[in-house]
Structure formats: C-alpha cells, structure tokens
Design a protein around this ligand. Structure first.
Ligand SMILES: [Zn+2]
Length: 232
C-alpha cells in the first residue's frame, strides 16, 4: 500500500465492500519469545491439524507468523510457505507488544521495534520460508502512531481485522463459528489463531464456518487479494 499519512506505516483493516462476497481468514501463529521452555515441555504452539484442514477444504489463508514460531517449527513454516494456498506475513519475532498496555504482553522497547520485525523476516529466511508478503500484524493488534512511525522504514503494511473470531482461549467451537458468521461482510478480514495451546477449538470452528460461508456465496481469498480490491 502507499504510505499512510505523515509517512506512517499504512494500516489495512478490511477490503472494499464493493469487492463482492470475498473474505480473508487470517491465522496468527503466536509464540512469545520466552515460551521455549513450555514448548520443550510438550506444549503445542503449532496446529498441524488446522493447516491440514485448510488444505483439505482448499481455503486460501494468510498466516501471520512470529519469528519465534518459525524457529520452533521450521519444517511446518517451510511447508506452509511452499504451498501456494498460503502466504506468510510477519507477526513480530518476540510477540511482545508495540504499545503498552496490551493484554498483559511484555513490551518491546521503542528503539527495538524495527529490529524485532527484521528478526522475524530473518527467522523466515533461516527456515527457508517462501511466499513471504510485506505485511505486519501487531501482537495483540496494539499500536499507536509512534509504532507506525518506528516501522515506516520497513515498508510493511500493518494488517488489522474487522472480525474477531474470539478463538483465543475459547472452548466452545460453535460460539466461535457463530461469532465469525455474524461478523463477516463483503471484504472482511477475520482474525483467528494457528496455535493449539492458546486456541484449541479453531479447527472445529473453521470446519463449520467454511461450508456455511460458501453456502452464502462467499469466496475465500488471501489478504493480498483483498488489498487489491481497494482503490490505491
Ligand atoms: Zn498474536
């Protein structure tokens, strides 16, 4: 996207409503920098069943991956990036907040914001991840003008959402599916997670949402497709 006002990082929230019945499902592959010991103890920050389901249903999607996740799961990161069904975007390296407070996340120092984003791109390269797009999602979706200014030299587009699935720490897949179905409009961006430990019912919710939205005439697209529906 073209630069935002005052040279700030541009922010994309949703496609044009005139785009017709298209919707982008986005999945945040979260892992916070200090969660390594929990992963080593057997906790799953990945969700291979979800990725397999998206493939089976042929649903294009954008995965916002933390660099720490790519470090932990390089084979999966590479596999997702090698599949033309998906594109991989940056969700920071550390999953620390770029604005405080933000859902109790630790905060990245202002002088380290750019470095944290670059470190995630470097982790993708190290893992051999392809199909990386220049989009960035702020951890927790928390940002302010100072963060948008700090990231401007990175030439990324910040991607938010207009539909919260509520899948984080959810236990009721039906409720998550209903919230998505109630929220989606033409051009919507839906935020979900590809992190089993923090979003254990997401694949079940997707299993409900996809056929129903298709029945309503919706087509699933990636964020990059949705961005093209907006006037420049
Ligand atoms: Zn996240």
């Amino acid at each position: 996207m073209t630069p935002g006002p005052g040279g700030l990082t541009p922010v994309f929230t949703r496609g044009a409503e005139t785009a017709g019945k298209v919707v982008a499902l986005t999945f945040d592959a979260d892992m916070t920098a200090d969660e390594g010991p929990r992963a080593a103890a057997g906790e799953h920050f990945d969700n291979p069943a979800l990725i397999a389901l998206l493939r089976r249903l042929k649903v294009p999607a954008t995965v916002f991956m933390t660099g720490r996740w790519a470090d932990e799961y390089p084979t999966q990161a590479r596999s997702i990036g090698a599949d033309p069904l998906f594109e991989i975007a940056n969700h920071s390296y550390s999953h620390y907040a770029f604005k405080s407070p933000c859902y109790g996340l630790p905060t990245v120092a202002k002088g380290e914001m750019r470095g944290d984003v670059e470190r995630a791109f470097a982790a993708f390269r190290k893992a051999g991840v392809r199909n990386v797009v220049p989009y960035f999602r702020f951890p927790g979706g928390c940002y302010d003008d100072a963060a948008l200014r700090a990231l401007a030299p990175e030439k990324v587009t910040a991607v938010q959402w207009d539909v919260v699935s509520g899948d984080a720490f959810a236990t009721d897949a039906d409720a998550v599916a209903q919230q998505v179905l109630n929220g989606v409009k033409p051009g919507s961006v839906v935020v979900m997670h590809c992190t089993r430990s923090a979003a254990p019912v997401t694949d079940e919710a997707v299993r409900q949402v996809v056929p129903e939205l298709r029945r309503r005439g919706y087509r699933f697209v990636k964020v990059s497709d949705l961005m093209r529906t907006r006037p420049a």
